[in-house]
Ligand binder design. Structure first.
Ligand code: NAG
Ligand code: NAG
Ligand code: NAG
Ligand code: NAG
Ligand code: NAG
Ligand code: NAG
Length: 214
């Protein structure tokens, strides 16, 4: 399998504000899938795949045994506000070519892209989102933080908001349309219930430290 690493974009299209306030960064790490539901997905890695101008989905790589084979497309970071925190935003460095032949990194956060017709949201790295979702690791496993579960709400009865945030792992690998019309097998999130998209397979996403590899 060949990986298209064509992220070339014009520098002047990247004039967007970068999220601030996240001082700490840990990584790089690879993101690896495990699942009992599909042997072709088990132990496969995710990589940033071009899905539009300066946006990338998280595609499932096939038959990659060493995450180093994915190069920069398989290297991810966690940005966080407190030194010891294990949650924050997942980021990826978009390599952008300058006019003088140099490459500069543009850090992009991972965000959910919801489709109003489905309960399946795809994950994409996008430039300039200053309010990315809170993601984190429980052990090595990736979760999304949710402030509350609304399934028990009652009319006119304000629910308690003091309960601790939920750490959910509703990750799936799905064939989906992403960005400007690409059809890829990508990391997705099923907000509740069974996935509306019948190609979705439940997966666990875990990080694998890359410091020893590079
Ligand atoms: C992530 O953290 C690094 C290091 O502090 C910073 O350079 C980068 O801009 C941050 N990325 C985002 C999307 O905030
Ligand atoms: C995935 O596999 C587990 C364990 O075999 C099984 O309990 C579950 O029903 C399967 N889920 C789907 C969506 O196939
Ligand atoms: C992955 O490897 C297996 C075994 O060598 C092969 O049958 C399969 O076609 C490969 N898949 C891809 C997408 O290259
Ligand atoms: C750019 O990002 C890559 C990872 O994607 C990293 O290995 C490299 O050191 C970064 N370069 C600079 C100059 O920060
Ligand atoms: C090369 O271009 C980049 C991006 O325009 C710029 O940040 C950098 O300072 C330039 N380097 C030199 C040596 O001119
Ligand atoms: C909120 O929590 C308090 C104390 O645990 C409990 O008495 C009360 O019933 C809860 N209210 C709701 C709406 O769940």
């Amino acid at each position: 399998m060949k990986f298209s690493l064509s992220y070339t974009v014009l520098l002047h299209t990247l004039a967007f504000p970068i999220a601030s306030g996240q001082t700490f960064q840990t990584g790089p790490f690879a993101l690896k899938l495990s699942t009992a539901n599909d042997s072709t997905l088990n132990n496969q890695y995710l990589y940033a795949c071009h899905s539009g101008a300066a946006i990338e989905a998280l595609c499932v790589a096939s038959n990659i045994t060493s995450p180093g084979d994915l190069g920069v497309s398989g290297r991810f970071y966690l940005n966080h506000t407190a030194e010891t925190s294990t949650s924050g935003s997942i980021t990826w460095n978009l390599p952008v070519g300058g006019n003088n032949g140099t490459t500069i990194n543009t850090s992009e956060p991972l965000v959910f892209q919801f489709n109003p017709a489905s309960n399946v949201a795809v994950l994409q790295f996008v430039p300039g989102d200053s309010q990315p979702p809170l993601l984190g690791f429980s052990g090595d496993n990736l979760y999304a933080s949710a402030p509350y579960d609304d399934s028990g709400f009652k009319p006119g009865v304000r629910p308690n908001t003091t309960s601790t945030a939920l750490q959910l792992q509703q990750w799936h690998a799905c064939w989906s349309l992403v960005g400007s019309g690409y059809y890829y097998r990508v990391l997705a999130w099923v907000s509740a219930g069974a996935p509306r998209n019948p190609t979705c397979v439940p997966v666990t996403v875990s990080k694998e430290n890359l410091q020893a590899v590079f």
